[in-house]
Design a protein around this ligand. Sequence first.
Ligand SMILES: [Zn+2]
Length: 240
Amino acid sequence: MNRFAKIGLGTLGVLAGTFLGYCALPNLYARNVSKRVRKTLPKGKNQVALTFDDGPNAEYTGRVLDILKKYQVKATFFIVIKNANQNLDLIERMKEEGHEVAFHSYKHQSAWELTPWETLKEIPKGEEQLKAQNIKFSYVRPPWGTFNLFTLFGMLRRNLQVILWSVEAYDWRKRQTKEKIAEIILDRVEDGSIIVLHDSGGAKGAPEHTIGSLELWIPELLKEGYHFVTISQGLKGEMV
Ligand SMILES: [Zn+2]
């Protein structure tokens, strides 16, 4: 093997090692091993948590809130701070109407793109920007559910509990329909499920399908006897 091939192989080895140590292994640990990361609520109370990621969004979030109000359903909104800055009225409305506001990210970057320093600054930076709104986050969900070596540490250090999900309806996809979203949710929800939907982002116009689906499946789950709870209500007496 010539010298250049050796250098090439060496570089490849370092890159692979860095990826494993900084991204892949911490991600695997957080998602599958850590007891501090939840994907469901405790069973036995017929409770379901409805969660929305990526908002608030001036075009869509108000409409989501209208429907939740109509059915008297409480949800948890995992917000992106950059979106929140322009939609503080929506954050106020969420709080007034009994929903929970939780932390999704500062500007929706994957943990795999963040340096350790950026990772540790995400939450304090976000809290600082919403200081005037008097929001104290208790729950966090990293974008795409990805973790780097510092993500979990940064979250637990700020006393935040990590919430993933057990039911996703791929509502961010371009060709998803409201009927298909409703079908997936009705098919997969069970006692203790955490449902993830999106009130912003995804393919162009995707939240239209999300909003359209709510009227199809929320009344059905209510008829089946499910209680919609915020994450705090669902975990009352548990952890944190
Ligand atoms: Zn997201």
